[in-house]
Design a protein around this ligand. Structure first.
Ligand code: G1P
Length: 287
């Protein structure tokens, strides 16, 4: 069955980016001039996913507005003869179908995914975390989908991290069965370094079978008192096969200030209009 839907949780308050996030959703903070969420949606679209389900919260309506038509703005741009801008805005509005559901309480990532249950229905779906930007030749979620289409089982994105970093991630125990392909045996959310089963961290891209919903429904709160998706995965692993994909690409944690700066520099360096200027500037700063 073709995978059609991606769930993107965007209800978080973004407190790490205050005061910027006092009135602006963190997902709309731009990497250069594109709101970060647009990169994530573009990744889904490039992978052939047709519908985006935002799990939103209060004050997040402008995320949906970003992917909607903007006739008043277009009118002003038309009067000013800015046809390129009009075309760009239309492309964004036509990128994909967007629907949303509210997560009324901040009960955790597992709970956020569960909120999308009715909109997803009884079919496999993607989960994409907006704090993870992944720059790759083949969209990261497409790399997972290729495995899913072969195995018909859930697939999660993996990246090797430093020993001192494992405690910031969901971590797997697993066996590499082919190059970059893992059979997952267990998952644990943010283990202390000493207890981590490996250095393979879960990154925010998942293809999940719908069985995860009934698991999350019963899932008690875990680390941080939150309903953790990683705990749901741990149970899914007991019931079915789950695979891990050590994806190819550069990942930026834009939920972190330094990660955000890294992403800004890296994406600016990829832009034909900025590349040379930014490179020269960086050289001058270093000297
Ligand atoms: C979430 C997940 C964690 C995963 C991480 C990837 O954590 O709970 O398992 O490793 O995303 O970015 P968060 O970073 O939201 O605390």
């Amino acid at each position: 069955m073709k995978l059609r839907k991606a769930v993107i949780p965007v209800a978080g308050l973004g407190t790490r980016f205050l005061p910027a996030t006092k009135t602006v959703p963190k997902e709309l903070l731009p990497i250069v001039d594109i709101p970060s969420i647009q990169y994530v949606v573009q990744e889904a679209v490039d992978a052939g996913i047709q519908e985006i389900i935002f799990v939103t919260g209060r004050g997040k309506d402008s995320i949906e507005d970003h992917f909607d038509e903007a006739p008043e703005l277009e009118q002003v741009l038309a009067e000013r003869g800015q046809t390129e801008n009009i075309e760009m805005l239309r492309r964004i509005a036509e990128m994909t179908e967007v629907v949303s559901v509210r997560q009324k309480k901040p009960l955790g990532l597992g709970h956020a995914v569960l909120c999308a249950r009715d909109l997803v229905g009884d079919e496999p779906f993607a989960v994409m975390l907006a704090d993870d930007l992944i720059d790759s030749d083949t969209p990261c979620i497409r790399q997972l989908l290729d495995i899913f289409e072969d195995k018909k089982e859930s697939v999660i994105a993996l990246m090797e991290v430093l020993p001192e970093e494992v405690q910031q991630y969901g971590v797997i125990k697993g066996k590499e069965i082919e190059k970059r392909l893992y059979q997952i045996q267990a998952t644990v959310e943010k283990p202390p370094a000493k207890e981590a089963p490996s250095r393979m961290a879960i990154i925010g891209r998942y293809i999940l079978r719908p069985e995860i919903f009934s698991i999350l429904q019963k899932q008690p709160p875990g680390r941080g008192g939150e309903i953790q998706l990683t705990d749901g995965l741990a149970q899914l692993v007991r019931e079915r096969q789950v695979f891990g994909c050590q994806f190819l690409g550069d990942r930026y944690d834009i939920g972190d200030k330094f990660g955000f700066v890294r992403a800004t520099v890296a994406y600016a360096l990829k832009r034909p209009d900025l590349k040379t200027k930014v490179k020269d500037y960086l050289k001058s700063v270093v000297h």
